[in-house]
Design a protein around this ligand. Sequence first.
Ligand code: SF4
Length: 432
Amino acid sequence: MKKIAVNTLGCKNNQIESSIIKEDFTSIGYEVVGFSDVADIYIINTCSVTEKSDKTAKYFIRQAKRANPKAKIIVTGCYAQVAAQELEQIDYVDLVLGNVEKHKMLDYLKYIEQENKVHVRDIMEHRVFDFDKFASHSGRTRSFLKIQDGCNNRCTYCIIPYARGKSRSNKPENIISEINNLTAKGFKEVVITGIHLGQWGLDFEPGQSLYNLINKIETINNLKRYRIGSLNPTEFDDELINTLANSEKLCRHLHISLQSANNDILKAMQRGYSVEMYIDLIHKLKAIMPDLAIGCDIIVGFPGETDDMFEQTYENLKQLPISYLHVFSYSRRKGTPAYDMPNQVPHKAKKQRNKILTELAAQKSMDFKQGFINKEMEILIEKSRDKSTGWLKGLTGNYITVLLDAQSDLINETVKVKIIDVSGDNLISQVV
Ligand code: SF4
C-alpha cells in the first residue's frame, strides 16, 4: 500500500484542510503515516504569517527529502501561494499548489512527473467558496468546520489577504447539513472557523451576517454545543451579543483579536477600532455573561511602538477582564505596508515586551481558572487521557481543560463535575 505523510503548519483552517487531504488520499488507497516515517508522497501544508513560518516550511521539505530521497514532495498552503517562485527553485520539490488547488490535490497528481510543477492561480480573482469538503472528521470529540475563507481587510502587518484572497463564504444550507452530518457521527461539539469569520455572508446577494447563520445553527436539535472562532471587535452588534447571551448551545468562549491597546499603534495597524471601543465591548460582554472566557491576540514591537505606548498597552490589558492572551512579537513581512515603516523596534526590546506580556497572560489565565474552584461545571470528555496523570481530560464551554479520575465509558460524553483545585494549566475535578 502506498504511503502518504502530511505536515501542517499554521492555523485551524490549515489543520482542517490537511485532514481533508488525508481523507482524499485514504479514499484512493493510501495509508497515512507519520512525517518522520518513510512515505511515497510528503505534503507540507504551509503557513506564511511570519518569516519564521517560511523557514520552518523549508526545514520540513529538507526533512522529507532525507526521510525518503525517492519520494515525491508536494508543497501547498499560504507560503506556496505567496512565494511559489522560491519553492520552484528547490529542485527536489515536485509540485507547488496554491490555496485553491490544494482542495483538488488528487487532480494535480498527474503533473508530478511534468515540467511545470507550479499550479498557483491568482487567488484575488477567486470569488467562490467552492470546497465540497470543509470539516475535520478524524478521531476527536470536536469537529472543526471551515465556513469562510479569505479576508477583505488590510491590516498593515498581515500577509494573509494576499495568501487567502477575498472573503468567500460557504452557503448556510451546506453548513447546516454538514453540522447535522457531524452530530449524526457522534460529534458533541462543532468549532466554527474561518480566516475572517466575521466577514461570513457579506459576499452573498443580498449580504448576510454571522448573526443570521448563528440563528440557524441554534435550531439544530442534535447539536450539543458549538464554539465560534476568532472575531474582530467591530463585528459585535447588539443582535449578535443578545443571540450569544441567550444561546443554550454556544460555548461561553470568545476570541476577540485586539493586537495593541494603544490607539496610535492600532491606527498604524489599520485595525479600524479604538482601545476605548474594545474596553467597552469586553465590559459589556462580561456584564451579560460573567463566566465568559475572552481571549485576545497582542502583537508587541510593531514599528513605532515606544516604551510609553507599550506601557499603556500593558496597563490597559492589566485592567481588562480577559481570560487569556496570545502574545506575538511583530514579524517583518515582505509585501506588507508595515515592512517599510520607519522606527522598526529592536529585537531586544521586542523580546523584553513579549516576556512582560507573557507573564501577565499567565497571571490572567490563573486568576480566571481559580474563579471556578468549588463551582460545578459541564465538561466534554476528550478521547485522549492526560499524559502525566492518566486521568480523563475534558473541556469546559469556557475553554478550560479539566482533569477527572474516572472510567473511559465517559469519553465523548458531557459530564457535570465539581472543581476542587487548579494544577498547572488544568482544573482538577470530581463527578457530582
Ligand atoms: S483581519 Fe487583518 S489580521 Fe486578520 S486576516 Fe485580515 S488582514 Fe490579517
